[in-house]
Ligand binder design. Structure first.
Ligand SMILES: Cc1cc2nc3c(=O)[nH]c(=O)nc-3n(C[C@H](O)[C@H](O)[C@H](O)COP(=O)(O)OP(=O)(O)OC[C@H]3O[C@@H](n4cnc5c(N)ncnc54)[C@H](O)[C@@H]3O)c2cc1C
Length: 401
């Protein structure tokens, strides 16, 4: 990219993982970057705080490799409980970015990420809420609460879900069967059975919802539950009630025994990556949750937010080099994320069907108990890395071997 003063001005809306990642990579390339954030850091974000192996790899690329152990609970295994009570647990295979994951509170993670972007040269403006995007010719102009407006050569919509920028660019919202609601609450003083494990629970009485328990530093835990939006509406249940039932279920209550709840449960909306389509516009891109980059099966989205930041930075550099900031010139962005994310999103969306069937899930988990390769494949699925299921996996489950 040209020298910073004459470089195109990239304005990023939202300083979550997607925005801070894009800002860091762009600033490192010499771009002029302004990061607009409605909140003030450190700020919380409703999340399970689970950082997959690929998330840790992205943190390393961003120069934050030590965060997983200094500010999070290092995790090296996964355990899962089926509706019929079949439990399997396994180490995360080393081939998945060294087999390490971590639970890092978002209050800490997001603050470190945004400081990294500033250190790389991005200008952070906190307390600025963008309320609209208009065009002067093709050039985007952002409108902020309070009347300020800003011209940008390229706008990156990293404002999560629901996204003001997504709406302003004319991209459709996500239908109820292509998004979920999830809720989480913190506990302290817990003595978990797997203090270095990611715990996933499919409780027969709560299906098609699924729950998690993730260990946090200092004897704390992030406990939560998610369900597809259309199924939640059809059930007539409320997410906070489902969370209470989850916490009171025998296995979860045993994990949390002696622990104390901290703060109120908080929920939020999650779009599914399987319906991500509209991401590239003239002089604008959508990243992270604003684009819909979330694993439909588990609700994990931090890794996709971080990686979409890297893809956006590469695509903007190509477009600047070619002197073409149109949707066509920025087309490298969609090519990159489609190659990397789309097959995994679609597989996991299809697998939701299987994860809602209690007897099938019992059978899959029973096979996983016996067979290491089945467990490995399940870990690939749960960590968003699987792009297909092997015939061996399908045959093992079908034949009960
Ligand atoms: C209950 C729950 C549990 C989850 N658990 C996990 C998990 O364990 N692991 C995982 O990987 N993912 C998890 N996710 C998903 C994860 O939280 C998201 O995928 C991730 O935060 C997406 O990052 P992002 O940067 O795209 O958006 P966000 O993190 O939502 O960041 C958006 C930023 O934009 C700012 N903003 C919004 N609107 C404006 C505006 N108009 N003007 C200026 N700024 C604005 C916001 O303040 C925020 O800082 C969970 C989600 C939920 C709801």
């Amino acid at each position: 990219m040209p020298g910073r003063a004459s470089a195109p001005h990239i304005v990023i809306v939202g300083a979550g993982p997607a925005g801070s990642s894009a800002a860091t990579f762009l600033a490192q390339q010499g771009a002029r970057v302004t990061l607009l954030e409605r909140g003030h850091f450190p700020r919380d974000k409703t999340c399970g705080d689970g950082c997959t192996p690929r998330t840790l790899w992205m943190l390393e690329r961003l120069g934050l490799g030590t965060l997983a152990s200094t500010d999070g609970t290092p995790v090296d295994s996964v355990y899962a409980v089926s509706p019929g009570g079949v439990v399997w647990d396994a180490a995360i295979p080393a081939r998945l970015f060294g087999g390490r994951a971590s639970i890092i509170p978002r209050e800490v993670l997001d603050e470190r990420l945004v400081r990294r972007a500033v250190q790389a040269g991005a200008t952070l403006r906190e307390g600025v809420r963008v309320v609209g995007l208009e065009r002067e010719g093709d050039v985007p102009r952002l409108r902020c609460l309070g009347g300020e407006s800003l011209l940008a050569d390229v706008v990156l919509g990293c404002d999560g879900s629901p996204s003001v920028i997504r709406g302003a660019l004319g991209a459709p919202g996500f239908p109820a069967h292509e998004c979920a609601f999830a809720i989480r609450v913190y506990y302290e003083n817990v003595r978990l059975s797997h203090p270095r494990g990611l715990g996933f629970f499919w409780d027969e009485t709560l299906l098609p919802a699924y729950g998690w328990i993730f260990p946090l530093p200092g004897g704390r835990a992030n406990v939560g539950l998610g369900m597809r939006a259309d199924q939640l509406a059809a059930s007539g249940a409320r997410l906070p009630e489902l969370l209470e039932r989850f916490c009171a279920s025998p296995r979860v209550a045993a994990e949390l025994a002696g622990g104390r709840r901290v703060g109120r449960p908080k929920g939020h909306h999650l779009p599914f990556g399987s319906s991500a389509r509209h991401t590239t516009f003239n002089q604008a891109l959508l990243l992270g949750d604003a684009a819909g980059f979330v694993n439909p099966l588990t609700g994990e989205g931090i890794e996709f937010a971080l990686e979409s930041g890297a893809f956006a930075a590469e695509a903007v550099a190509e477009a600047v080099h070619a002197g073409d900031l149109s949707a066509r010139g920025l087309g490298g962005y969609a090519r990159r994320w489609r190659t990397r994310f789309r097959t995994a999103f679609r597989l996991n969306r299809r697998l939701m069907w299987a994860f809602e069937r209690p007897r099938l899930l019992d059978r899959v988990f029973r096979t996983a108990c016996r067979d290491e390769r089945t467990r490995d494949e399940l870990i690939d699925v749960l960590s968003g890395e699987a792009t297909r299921l092997s015939w061996r996996f399908i045959a093992s489950v079908a034949l009960g071997r």
